[in-house]
Design a protein. Structure first.
Length: 223
């Protein structure tokens, strides 16, 4: 004997299985509230003193401005995401490469220590004093007259006395003079290899061996 299925699905169960979309943006919600207030205002206006057309036009213009700002914010967020992805791709291609960045640290390994000097304006004489961990000057380099630009340098590990300095960490100081007067026209550049790349709230960063973490904007020269 055939029968009729009288089982029904409750509306509450259907609502739970098919929830309504809740993707309304803050700007859309603000627009809804604005339109509700505007319609209420028009419905309750004094017939003998109706709303001024200029006021309504001004309010509609404000609504349009809010909507435009929301659209602009969405576009900017999309552009920022694309820019960060591009930065990450650019940064990963630098892994294994050497870079110069602002600093005064120098690593001597196998008798070789790379570093650099950044000359901002032409200087009559530029000198570099290399110091050990105790702050003692072990060698000096006279670069002579230098034009503005980056000057990559290599220390051979030889001290002033001709001895071979042990491998390890050193620092250096840069002094620039013009016409016998000390000028602030040159600064030190530390050298290191890009070992990895990090991304975070501050954007893309490069992790440099023996230097630390820097941004792409901090890179002065790539090798």
């Amino acid at each position: 004997m055939s029968g009729v299925n009288t089982n029904t699905v409750s509306s509450s169960l259907l609502a739970a299985m098919n929830p309504k979309a809740t993707t309304t943006s803050a700007a859309a919600a603000a627009q809804d509230k604005f339109m509700t207030l505007l319609i209420t205002q028009m419905q309750n206006q004094d017939p003998l003193s109706p709303m001024d057309n200029s006021q309504m036009t001004s309010q509609l213009a404000q609504l349009s401005t809010v909507s435009g700002i929301d659209t602009l914010n969405t576009t900017l967020q999309s552009l920022m995401g694309s820019y960060q992805s591009s930065q990450t791709l650019q940064a990963t291609s630098m892994i294994g490469h050497g870079v110069l960045t602002a600093g005064n640290n120098l690593t001597l390994a196998s008798g070789t220590g790379a570093f650099g000097v950044n000359v901002t304006t032409a200087s009559g004489d530029v000198k570099v004093a290399i110091q050990n961990a105790a702050g003692q000057t072990v060698d000096t380099m006279d670069l002579g007259s230098q034009q503005a630009g980056v000057v990559p340098l290599v220390w051979d590990g030889k001290t002033t006395s001709g001895a071979t300095a042990p491998d390890g960490q050193y620092t250096f100081k840069v002094t620039a003079t013009t016409s016998g007067k000390t000028v602030d026209s040159a600064s030190g550049l530390s050298y290191g290899l890009v070992s990895s790349v990090s991304t975070g709230t501050n954007g893309v960063s490069l992790n440099i061996a023996n230097v630390g973490q820097i941004t792409l904007a901090d890179v002065v020269q790539v090798f």
